[in-house]
Ligand binder design. Structure first.
Ligand SMILES: C[S@@+](CC[C@H](N)C(=O)[O-])C[C@H]1O[C@@H](n2cnc3c(N)ncnc32)[C@H](O)[C@@H]1O
Length: 226
């Protein structure tokens, strides 16, 4: 069989289309190949999403799925400054690798616990607690934050996407006691007025006292009736 030259070999010259030596870079991709490639890339992206990033989220509607993005050390410090001096049950809704819960416990906020659905992150959070010497002192529960009862929580930390904040505001208003404080990171609750805030840009955190939030919501509801 006739053997063509490899590019770079002595005597190799680019040929004409149809001659030996042309298309040395491999056959061009056809429509079917491109379709297969697109399907394979889509399947790989879906598998990464389902197995690594969002396992445990099958029952959570897509519009409420918030991916993991850990707080920066500055965000953690700012959030905990706004909870300084407080007491009572402290929860992080979507606790990720547990950094906020461990720091809250360190600051004396007890009991401190996190709700999280991603099993990898739950493992990481438990490891973090163990490394800090708090194994068995803080808790990370595999629970959907939309389904937990918050009526006995005094301090609630939320580092979640702005898209879920309106629905979360309704849940917090319905369940939290008047004495509770909510600390939100990265994005504020658009319809609530914060009692205090700390930091700039993405490091900014906002504190909301439920009694005042309720009063404002009720008076604006009454105002819209007259
Ligand atoms: C933006 S990350 C914040 C993680 C952590 N609070 C921090 O600030 O480092 C949001 C976390 O919420 C978790 N999450 C999202 N939806 C949830 C749900 N319905 N129930 C429990 N956890 C949820 C995600 O897995 C993710 O770890």
């Amino acid at each position: 069989m006739e053997r063509g030259w490899e590019p770079g070999e002595p005597g190799w010259e680019p040929g004409e289309p149809g001659q030996l030596g042309w298309q040395r870079g491999g056959p061009a991709l056809g429509g079917r190949d491109l379709l297969a490639l697109a399907v394979a890339s889509g399947a790989a992206a879906w598998a990464t999403w389902a197995v690594v990033l969002m396992p445990g989220f099958r029952r959570v509607p897509l519009r409420l799925q918030v991916p993991y993005q850990p707080s920066s050390p500055r965000q953690v410090a700012n959030a905990l400054t706004l909870l300084r001096g407080r007491a009572g049950k402290t929860v992080d809704l979507g606790s990720g690798d547990g950094r906020l819960v461990v720091e809250a416990y360190k600051q004396g906020l007890r009991p401190a616990l996190g709700y999280e659905l991603n099993p990898w992150l739950l493992c990481l959070a438990n490891y973090r607690a163990w490394r800090a010497g708090y194994h068995g002192k803080v808790s990370f529960l595999k629970k959907d934050l939309w389904k937990v009862d918050l009526s006995d929580c005094n301090n609630v930390i939320v580092f979640l996407a702005p898209s879920v904040k309106p629905l979360l505001a309704t849940k917090l208003l319905a369940e939290l006691p008047d004495g509770a404080r909510v600390v939100a990171g990265r994005f504020p609750f658009a319809s609530w007025t914060p009692s205090s805030t700390l930091g700039q840009g993405l490091e900014q955190v906002w504190a909301y006292d439920m009694k005042e939030v309720r009063r404002a919501v009720q008076s604006s509801a009454q105002g819209s009736l007259v």
